[in-house]
Design a protein around this ligand. Structure first.
Ligand SMILES: Nc1ncnc2c1ncn2[C@@H]1O[C@H](COP(=O)(O)OP(=O)(O)OP(=O)(O)O)[C@@H](O)[C@H]1O
Ligand SMILES: [Mg+2]
Length: 216
């Protein structure tokens, strides 16, 4: 960096470049933060947009609630990806929603609207650029270990191990999830019954029908 600095200012004798050099360094540092998702932008720093009344009402409701009062709380979530040297892409722009216990919630949007990015933020797969996400009162970015115990996640593509049997898959995921060995067996059996997979429990997961794979 020093070499670049001297090259710009001393060698070419151009003090105007000094300001440019400092500005350029700051800009690059900010871009890298955006790419990694660490730059905590203010919630509504972005372009003005027209929002529906119910969207604004939900924003207010979420902002007024404490994380502990809402089982799932997404407050002004923002995600900006760096897509080129000077290009950023806002994938999620200040989204807020709060889910209550027992509620069934669907996130709809056109392709590329940012749904998967929202779920990635909920599961700590990506770091938001702004806003806060909490599950069961635990901030996902700071206390993911605690938040993780309260969630199950079924992604768009099946994540089962096709060469393992149904029951082996369940034992494996129970262990990964940290289910105590004392309750593991009963939980696996109960899950098989609940999902109506009794006839398939010793079959290789890869041989199941599409629907049964999703259940698994
Ligand atoms: N890692 C990444 N780097 C750069 N851009 C990304 C990255 N991940 C997603 N995007 C962009 O962010 C936007 C939102 O993507 P996302 O996958 O969240 O959309 P989606 O609503 O899930 O779409 P679909 O309905 O097609 O699954 C898209 O424009 C996508 O190209
Ligand atoms: Mg998606």
């Amino acid at each position: 960096m020093l070499i670049l600095f001297f090259e710009a200012i001393v060698y070419r004798n151009c003090w105007a470049r000094c300001f440019y050099f400092i500005f350029n360094c700051c800009y690059r540092a900010t871009s890298r933060q955006l790419e990694d998702g660490y730059g905590d932008l203010p919630a509504n720093s972005s372009d003005a947009e027209v929002k529906d009344d119910d969207v604004m009402a939900e924003e207010k409701r979420v902002a007024a609630a404490k994380p502990k009062e809402m089982p799932v709380r997404v407050n002004q979530l923002k995600k900006v990806f760096k897509t080129g040297l000077c290009k950023n892409l806002t994938a999620v722009n200040n989204v807020s929603f709060g889910l209550e216990t027992g509620e069934c919630f669907a996130l709809l949007g056109v392709n590329g609207a940012g749904k998967t990015t929202v779920f990635k933020s909920l599961t700590n797969d990506t770091v938001p650029t702004g806003g806060r996400v909490s599950i069961g009162g635990w901030d996902v970015q700071r206390w993911f270990g605690f938040a993780r115990k309260r969630i199950g996640y079924c992604p768009q593509h099946n994540t089962i191990f096709e060469q393992l049997s149904v029951i082996e898959n369940l034992y494996l995921f129970a262990r990964i999830k940290g289910v105590k060995w004392t309750v593991r067996k009963s939980l696996v059996n109960r899950t098989i019954e609940k999902m109506n997979l009794q006839d398939h429990k010793y079959k290789e997961a890869g041989t199941l029908s599409g629907g049964n794979k999703r259940k698994l």
